[in-house]
Design a protein around this ligand. Structure first.
Ligand SMILES: C[S@@+](CC[C@H](N)C(=O)[O-])C[C@H]1O[C@@H](n2cnc3c(N)ncnc32)[C@H](O)[C@@H]1O
Length: 370
């Protein structure tokens, strides 16, 4: 039985997880609130807990409400309907959460009328997800799956999750448990197709990357779902978030948040690739190892050189596919331009807005012998 997360103060790793979710929600909401059409949104917190930790630090449900309130003006102006679903299986915790929500509901009603609805549920995630599945097709959704352990995002749930359109999700998983016990019966039950050797060979610090890889391999051809990791080290264990979205703007926003959290690697709350050591350099140039950012610079430079001619949209797509924030793609372009290696406009954009939405597509040419 895992210790009850709400009965003690949240640790740093939990705060990191909650902040990433909160910041993503804050980036996700205005995409729809500011869109020309109005409509409705659904935010699901499937493992909601009781609302706060032992010291009154807000958990995911309170963070959702606080974030929604930030967009009050836009929501009212657009008459945007937002449904917030909070689910918690433990009856004691669900009751506490519901009572805490009573006063929140009052305040929400005063501020938003009936534009925001709050639904507190006390069900098992798997049953709840399947029972409500038809509802998820009706509007854009953001889902937070903050499980304990490993077992909730099983093969069947994952396949249903990635089949949804306009649905972004963040799920948490205790990756090092899977790496440590890949052949245990309980793990086999939930992950029958887990390759024990592949996950063992990945190494402890890469446990969450190996789990990401496991889920990525499940995505069938033709399904545009993209997954990205954020590894979280806590004591001797590696946990992590897996973010999923079918939309480049969702991916852009997640990667910006991840790179703001860790400017060294954008994917962990620790130095997952020893980049600090790599930065210090080696006395012997042949032993010099590239940091994640240096490697990206080299790979993007090679991609442009080998292609001869690309567009800023190609660079943007390459940047996201390599797990980098769009600003990195732009920085590399500007550096290569300054070094005379590519020929392009100094104002060239590298964002969803400039490359996909406004279609301000520009050409970038590799300079021969540059
Ligand atoms: C990691 S905690 C969630 C913490 C919460 N997000 C917060 O910020 O406080 C996981 C919660 O899921 C609940 N839980 C465990 N199994 C569940 C299931 N199958 N369905 C729904 N809730 C479950 C636990 O009681 C626990 O409160």
């Amino acid at each position: 039985m895992p210790e009850d997360i709400n009965k003690k103060p949240f640790d740093e790793a939990t705060i990191t997880k909650l902040e990433i979710f909160e910041r993503y929600l804050e980036a996700w909401l205005p995409v729809f609130i500011n869109a020309p059409f109005s409509g409705s949104l659904l935010v699901c917190d499937f493992f909601a807990g009781s609302g706060y930790d032992a010291e009154g630090t807000p958990g995911s449900p309170m963070r959702i409400l606080k974030t929604v309130e930030k967009f009050r003006e836009g929501i009212i102006k657009k008459a945007m309907r937002i449904r917030v679903v909070l689910n918690e299986r433990n009856i004691g915790k669900a009751t506490i959460l519901e009572s805490r929500m009573l006063s929140e509901i009052e305040q929400i009603r005063r501020q938003f009328g009936d534009l925001i609805s709050l639904d507190c549920c006390n069900e098992d995630f798997g049953e709840f997800f399947n029972a409500r599945y038809a509802d998820f097709g009706a509007q854009p959704n953001l889902m937070f799956i903050d499980q304990y352990g490993i077992k909730e995002v099983n093969d069947a749930i994952f396949r249903r999750l990635i089949a949804l359109e306009k649905t972004d999700f963040l799920f948490f998983i205790s990756s090092s448990i899977l790496r440590r016990f890949p052949e245990e019966e309980s793990v086999r039950t939930y992950f029958p197709d887990l390759n024990a050797n592949a996950i063992r060979n990945a190494g402890h610090e890469n446990a969450h990357r190996a789990i990401l890889d496991y889920y990525r391999r499940k995505i069938p051809a033709g399904n545009s779902m993209k997954l990205y990791p954020f590894s979280i080290r806590k004591a001797a264990n590696i946990y992590g978030l897996i973010f999923g979205s079918k939309h480049p703007l969702g991916v852009e926003k997640f990667l910006n948040i991840a790179w703001d959290k860790n400017r060294l690697n954008g994917e962990a709350n620790f130095d997952i690739d020893d980049d600090m050591e790599k930065r210090q350099g080696s006395l012997f140039p042949e032993l010099q190892r590239l940091t994640k950012l240096e490697l990206f610079e080299r790979e993007l430079g090679e991609y442009i050189r080998e292609s001869g001619e690309v567009t800023n949209r190609d660079v943007y797509d390459f940047t996201l596919a390599h797990g980098h924030a769009p600003r990195h793609g732009r920085d590399v372009m500007m550096k290569l331009r300054k070094e005379g290696k590519i020929d392009c406009d100094a104002q060239i954009g590298c964002s969803y807005k400039s490359c996909h939405k406004d279609r301000s597509i520009r050409t970038i040419k590799a300079v021969k012998n540059g």
